[in-house]
Write a protein that binds this ligand. Structure first.
Ligand code: SF4
Ligand code: FES
Length: 248
């Protein structure tokens, strides 16, 4: 396939940035999207030009770092996958592909297609954990009976990889789907009850402090989430927040 790529280039956080056109030829339909960008970068390096900076690590849908906005959709045209799992067979010869970084005030661009998702880390640090006594007397988690429906729902919430596609897809740049997944995975389990009140209050406060917008129930986040995190988690987080506000 021969393709035209229109890629966001931005030297650093202070640079204004612009879309730059690139022609790429002999792209195999079996390549992943990131492999196609590797080929482009090899060509740019051979010509003495600056390669395109983009984030990636696991390349198997686990780490959540491959945050690309492709033809106006987070992680491109496919559903329930990350950019590293997207294959070039989803495109056709002669296509023009627009490639941009996540767009959200709370995710500032560092360079080209790489954004700073440190805001998610700070939300996690505010409460996305449980404190465990590691003195040697800790009760084995498997010894605590948990009803299957709750265990399944907690597991589903825990599959969130923190990619930020929910924020990038939301017209309000809301982080509610991400935060609600992190709150839900503990709210559904007995181990999460001890710190439940502080967790939801602290995580929501940090989310607001980072400058994410609010949720207006549009649902774009759920559609674009590569892990299929359900909007039900947002409803659960709102209930947890209300409960904690009365207690607090
Ligand atoms: S909720 Fe989905 S889209 Fe949002 S960070 Fe988690 S995995 Fe990514
Ligand atoms: S590179 Fe890890 S999810 Fe894509």
């Amino acid at each position: 396939m021969n393709l035209t790529l229109k890629i966001w280039r931005q030297k650093n956080a202070n640079d204004k940035g612009k879309m730059v056109d690139y022609q790429i030829s002999d792209v195999s339909p079996d390549m992943s999207f990131l492999e196609m960008l590797d080929v482009l970068n090899t060509q740019l390096i051979e010509k003495g030009e600056e390669p395109v900076a983009f984030d990636h690590d696991c390349r198997e849908g686990i780490c959540g770092s491959c945050s690309l906005y492709i033809n106006g959709e987070a992680h491109g045209p496919d559903r329930l996958i990350t950019t590293c799992q997207l294959h070039m067979r989803k495109f056709k010869d002669g296509d023009t592909i627009y490639i941009e970084p996540w767009r959200a005030k709370a995710f500032p661009v560092i360079k080209d297609l790489i954004v700073d998702r440190g805001a998610f880390d700070r939300i996690q640090h505010a409460g996305g954990f449980i404190s465990v006594n590691t003195s040697g007397n800790t009760q084995d988690a498997n010894a605590i009976p948990i009803e299957k429906a709750s265990a399944d729902a907690a597991f589903d919430a825990a599959t969130c990889i923190g990619c930020g596609a929910c924020v990038a897809s939301c017209k309000n740049s809301s982080a509610m789907l991400f935060v609600s997944a992190k709150v839900s995975q503990f709210a559904l389990l007995p181990q999460g009850q001890v710190e439940a009140t502080d967790r939801v209050l602290n995580m929501v406060n940090q989310m607001d402090a980072e400058g994410f917008g609010n949720c207006t129930n549009t649902g774009a986040c759920e559609v674009e989430c590569p892990k299929g995190i359900s909007l039900e988690n947002i409803a659960r987080m709102n209930r947890e927040y209300l409960k904690a506000s009365f207690k607090g």
